[in-house]
Design a protein around this ligand. Structure first.
Ligand SMILES: *[C@@H]1O[C@H](CO)[C@@H](O)[C@H](O)[C@H]1NC(C)=O
Ligand SMILES: *[C@@H]1O[C@H](CO)[C@@H](O)[C@H](O)[C@H]1NC(C)=O
Ligand SMILES: *[C@@H]1O[C@H](CO)[C@@H](O)[C@H](O)[C@H]1NC(C)=O
Ligand SMILES: *[C@@H]1O[C@H](CO)[C@@H](O)[C@H](O)[C@H]1NC(C)=O
Ligand SMILES: *[C@@H]1O[C@H](CO)[C@@H](O)[C@H](O)[C@H]1NC(C)=O
Length: 201
């Protein structure tokens, strides 16, 4: 009898809670973990095989723009911090802060944010963001990881869920082709033709 009651309770509990999204996996098939350092590289090294780093746009080193480094540059280490401080894994479609290790030359934090970049006339991923405090004031600092074009790849998405009343402009994060940058900046754009698919390692 006891087992039946326990079983029923467990069933009700599971039925009531929203399904937990699957964890994001690294290239070895291991769960991505909060606070652990990873590097990001494009899934299909189609000539541009650089990892994610800070790139110069129009010879301006500041604001420091997040982008795909040129050539063989493996890029910078970064860490993910989930919106739920108790969550130890990085899960698909959930809000995370992303932060490069080390510092930059712009006297800014190394936390990613989405911000309008005047010279590019694009919403670009630049550093100088803030971590934590989910809500309307920190909206631009939250990103999500979704499944990429191929099964084992992922993509970055801007579509924060940290503010239920906010009107949010959602979109994928893709590389922006410029003729005057070292590397390719990341911007908000739905590039379905050549999406920026990445893996973590
Ligand atoms: C960037 O700097 C290089 C070398 O200093 C110069 O040749 C080039 O014209 C500059 N480009 C722009 C867009 O200012
Ligand atoms: C760097 O930023 C801090 C805090 O934002 C400020 O107090 C400091 O004066 C800045 N330093 C320089 C060299 O701009
Ligand atoms: C992706 O996964 C689905 C379901 O597991 C499978 O049918 C499909 O062939 C896979 N596609 C690629 C490109 O690996
Ligand atoms: C990207 O596509 C989504 C879904 O179709 C749409 O809601 C969003 O407005 C698009 N964003 C941009 C920046 O084009
Ligand atoms: C780079 O692109 C800009 C704007 O698209 C254009 O005005 C400029 O002539 C281009 N420069 C080169 C060197 O192709």
């Amino acid at each position: 009898m006891k087992t039946i009651i326990l079983f029923s309770l467990a069933f009700i509990f599971t039925a009531n809670s929203a399904p937990v999204p699957a964890p994001v996996l690294d290239t070895k098939g291991k769960n991505l973990r909060a606070g652990v350092k990873y590097r990001v590289k494009p899934e299909d090294g189609d000539g541009y095989i650089g990892g994610l780093s800070l790139v110069e746009v129009r010879n301006m080193s500041c604001p420091a723009v997040v982008g795909q480094a040129p050539g063989l540059d493996k890029g910078l280490w970064l860490t993910f911090t989930p919106v739920n401080p108790k969550e130890r894994l990085i899960r698909l479609s959930t809000d995370v802060n992303i932060k490069f290790s080390g510092s930059n030359s712009c006297n800014e934090s190394n936390v990613w944010q989405l911000k309008y970049h005047e010279a590019m006339k694009q919403y670009a991923v630049i550093v100088g963001g803030v971590e934590g405090n989910p809500g309307p004031k920190t909206l631009n600092n939250w990103f999500k990881i979704e499944k990429g074009k191929y099964n084992d790849s992922y993509k970055f998405v801007f579509c924060p869920s940290v503010c239920s009343d906010c009107k949010v402009m959602c979109g994928d994060i893709n590389t922006f082709l410029t003729n005057d940058s070292e590397g390719q900046p990341l911007v908000l754009s739905n590039d379905t033709y050549w999406p920026f698919s990445v893996v973590f390692y």
